[in-house]
Each structure stands twice: as C-alpha cells, then as structure tokens.
Design a protein around this ligand. Structure first.
Ligand code: HEC
Length: 208
C-alpha cells in the first residue's frame, strides 16, 4: 500500500508541476486566451491530479517514520502556494502566480535536500570499522540506517518496508537494492563496500 501510494505521489507531483509550469508560463507570456482554453480543457484532470497528490501525500506523511523539520517547511510551502495560485490565476496576477510556482518547486527541492541531509548525518558520525566482528558492525549500520523502517527485528514494516525475516536475497541482490533503492526505500549508495557486507551479514541473523 505504502509503496503504491509512493509511486502515485511521485507521478502526481510531477504532473502537478507540469500543469503549473505550463499555466504559469502562459500567464507570464501574456497568452491569456490560450491560458483560459488550457485551464478549461484540463479542469477535471487537474482536479484528479491535485487530489491524488494531496491525498497520497497525507497518507505517506502519516506513515513515514523519517519526517523532520524540512518536511514541515515543505508542507507550509505547499499549503501557502495553493491559495496564492488560485488568486494569482483568477486575477491574472503574474507575481502571485510566479511566487506560488517558486514555492511549489521549492518544496519539491526540499524533499531532495532531506535525502541529502540523511546521507550527511550518516557521514558526519562515522562507524568504527576497526572491529573484527562483521555482525556487530552490521548491527551498527542497521541501527543507524535501516531500523526506522524495518524495525528492531526486521519485521516492523514501517513505510511499506519488506519483512527482512523472510528475505531470501543474496549479497549481490541486497547490494543492488542498497545502491539503487527500491520502491519507497531510498538508496544507500553512500555505504562503503564493507558496510554493505556487514549489514547483509546482520540481515542474515534476523531470519526465522
Ligand atoms: C524509508 C524506509 C526504509 C529504510 C530506511 C530502509 N528500508 Fe529496506 N525496504 C523498504 C521498503 C519500502 C522495501 C520494499 C521495497 C519494494 O519491494 O518495493 C524495502 C526492502 C528491503 C529489502 C528487500 C527485501 C526482500 O526480500 O525483497 C532489503 C534487503 C532491505 N530493504 C534492506 C535494507 C537495509 C540494509 C537498510 C539500511 C541500510 C534499509 N533496508 C533501510 C524501506 C526502507
């Protein structure tokens, strides 16, 4: 459910941005007639896109264990931009429409900043890799990066996370998921090779 809504959110946000980019561009270029036509033509699709963007966003927010300050700033940006856009387009006010567009694009950017900050926080607090004990190292990586979603025992399933107790993937496959991400699981491409090995070994100990 979470993974599906994550995709719904991702694509409805993209469509939403595209619609706003088009409408804002038309307004700024004084193509008012075309703007009225486009607005009329896409009225229903736009309502569907806006609804699925907000509804999936609310679901993800309620079920996401990783929300920080940036998320709340993003939420405020989105909610301020909506009335600005409504008034801006209604009155043909370019400044309001442009401001609303900047806020919407900015909140999209904040999601990316949020991901980068998780990586930075991890790198700022390095793991002691001197231990000979791979499982112990793996546990440290796991606690710092994976537990928020997968839970202490691997079966918490937060944010749609797979149950690691039933995981049958080998090290190469796990390493692939970590470097590219999968569905709503972010990529952890900043983990070193030895950290990946260690966390994979640790996942092995979670199995039933
Ligand atoms: C933001 C939540 C989140 C975090 C943090 C997270 N995962 Fe995941 N993980 C998921 C989700 C969601 C899936 C299911 C992805 C899918 O199949 O669409 C998943 C799937 C997996 C799978 C595949 C399991 C299988 O059998 O298919 C592995 C392995 C895995 N995660 C390992 C890790 C490791 C190791 C870490 C820490 C470095 C980690 N995850 C951190 C959410 C998370």
């Amino acid at each position: 459910m979470y993974s599906t809504l994550f995709l719904v959110h991702k694509y409805s946000v993209l469509l939403f941005l595209l619609i706003y980019l088009t409408k804002t561009a038309l307004l700024l270029l004084n193509k008012n007639e075309l703007l009225t036509k486009v607005t009329k033509a896409i009225k229903i699709p736009e309502m569907i896109v806006s609804f699925s963007f907000l509804a999936s966003g609310i679901y993800l927010a309620v079920n996401n264990p990783l929300l920080g300050t940036l998320f709340w700033i993003k939420l405020v940006c989105v909610f301020v931009s909506i009335p600005l856009a409504v008034v801006g387009f209604k009155k043909g006010n370019k400044i309001l429409a442009a401001l609303s567009f900047v806020l919407i694009v900015g909140s999209y950017g904040l999601s990316e900043v949020h991901k980068a900050s998780l990586k930075k926080a991890y790198k700022a607090d390095p793991i002691d890799m001197s231990s000979e004990n791979t499982i112990l190292l793996g546990l440290t990586v796991y606690q710092k990066q994976c537990m928020v979603c997968h839970g202490e025992n691997g079966d918490a399933g937060l944010a749609g996370a797979a149950n690691l107790k039933n995981c049958v993937l080998n090290e190469t496959q796990i390493s692939e998921i970590l470097s590219k991400g999968k569905g709503s699981m972010p990529k952890f491409n900043y983990l070193s090779e030895s950290e990946v090995k260690a966390v994979t070994a640790y996942i092995g100990t979670l199995k039933n």
